[in-house]
Design a protein around this ligand. Structure first.
Ligand code: CA
Ligand code: CA
Length: 145
């Protein structure tokens, strides 16, 4: 089994997808998770590349958030689109990153991602509350590369 497949059980993947659904009930923002083994690139650059590959730069309010995880490299990045970065402080995602980091340190990857998603949803809610005409603009499925 590859590193990426062994990273999360099917049950854990379902829990992550459920967390995305829960988070997106409170905000118009869109959250996606991408998991891959490793990259030769800088992880910030690679997360930006994946963000575009997944067409996450096309949301109406430019408020999509990518949680990128490179399993073998033991790295993750939270990347938010322009619409978010325009209106929030630079450390907007720090509390989310800390929560994830603490779980990852103890190899609780599923819980780290789930809590990261829920926290990101809460952060997004303040600036991008859910609206009656909200659409699910991006798939909630986990992307694997
Ligand atoms: Ca939405
Ligand atoms: Ca979605």
């Amino acid at each position: 089994m590859s590193k990426v497949e062994a990273f999360l059980t099917p049950q854990e993947e379902q829990e992550i997808i459920s967390a995305i659904r829960v988070a997106e009930k409170n905000t118009s923002g869109e959250i996606r998770v991408h998991i891959e083994a490793s990259t030769e690139k800088n992880h910030d650059e690679r997360s930006l590349e994946v963000f575009h590959l997944l067409k996450m730069n096309n949301t109406k309010d430019e408020n999509a958030v990518l949680i990128y995880v490179a399993v073998k490299d033991k790295k993750f990045v939270i990347y938010g689109d322009k619409g978010i970065n325009k209106i929030v402080d630079a450390d907007f995602w720090n509390s989310t990153k800390d929560i994830m980091q603490n779980h990852f340190k103890n190899s609780n990857f599923k819980q780290g991602i789930v809590d990261g998603i829920l926290k990101a949803g809460e952060e997004l809610k303040t600036h991008f509350p859910w609206q009656i005409d909200d659409e699910d603009e991006l798939s909630n499925e986990i992307s694997k590369g």
